[in-house]
Ligand binder design. Structure first.
Ligand code: MN
Length: 245
């Protein structure tokens, strides 16, 4: 599976299909949560990982000096990998195999018995979205339709960045800051832990990981400095524009 075709990169058509697909996956998740017959064989365990972690779209040291290679070696190589490994392990018991990690976490998020699957599948998606949304050399500001929507929704680009920074910094403990598309408008939101705006019908455009593992090696307790560095230097605005529905 190529990064371009990875299910964490959503087309509008895929996004709109979630509502229908989630119910189907939820019914299959009853197997996982012990509500149905567990005697069936794992459908795809012999095939290896169901959802392969996409490679980083740049070298581990490419985001320096803003995010160090050491941070990425842990954050991508250990944390992100663990979310994929854990989600795949939990999905071994689900038959038929789901085709989309988004569908998995949207369904699991509605099933209290599937909390571990929700946390790991959503975090796998959140991290792939985060890594794909950063770049060492992209444009430092959006253009075209995304720029127009930002102006319409926030006044101007700097006002949007200020709100996204403040919202990300204010997330209590672990979580994420997001620029999202919500109907015809853009909005800034934050989510705790593994939660994703798709659960509220909002389409993510940009995210900032504010779990301490994202910045503590480089910035210690200075979360605001990390968030500012990401927003001013690393966000890939071309990817953000491509995320528009
Ligand atoms: Mn993280």
């Amino acid at each position: 599976m190529t990064p371009e075709s990875h299910p964490c990169a959503l087309s509008r058509r895929e996004f709109l299909g979630f509502a229908a697909g989630a119910g189907l996956v939820l019914s299959s998740l009853t197997t996982l949560s012990g509500l149905a017959d567990l005697s069936g064989t794992a459908a795809f365990a012999a095939e290896g990982p169901v959802f392969a972690m996409p490679p980083l779209p740049y070298a581990e040291n490419a985001l320096e000096p803003y995010i160090s290679a050491r941070t990425i070696s842990f954050h991508y190589g250990k944390h992100t990998k663990a979310y994929y490994d854990n989600a795949n392990e939990l999905l071994k018991a689900v038959n038929p195999a789901p085709t989309s990690l988004e569908a998995v976490f949207l369904a699991a998020g509605k099933d209290p018995a599937a909390l571990a699957l929700f946390n790991n599948a959503a975090q796998a998606c959140n991290h792939t979205f985060y890594w794909k949304g950063l770049t060492p050399g992209g444009p430092k500001a959006p253009t075209g339709r995304l720029a127009e929507l930002i102006t319409a929704s926030f006044g101007d680009f700097e006002a949007m960045k200020k709100e996204l920074a403040a919202t990300s910094v204010s997330q209590f403990a672990s979580g994420w800051g997001w620029l999202v598309q919500d109907g015809d408008r853009l909005a800034v939101v934050k989510t705790p832990n593994a939660a994703n705006p798709l659960q509220n019908g909002q389409k993510p455009l940009v995210t900032v990981d504010v779990w301490e593992h994202a910045y503590y090696l480089d910035y210690q307790n200075r979360r605001a400095d990390y968030v500012k560095a990401v927003l001013d230097n690393l966000v890939n605005w071309d990817v953000a524009a491509a995320n528009l529905g």
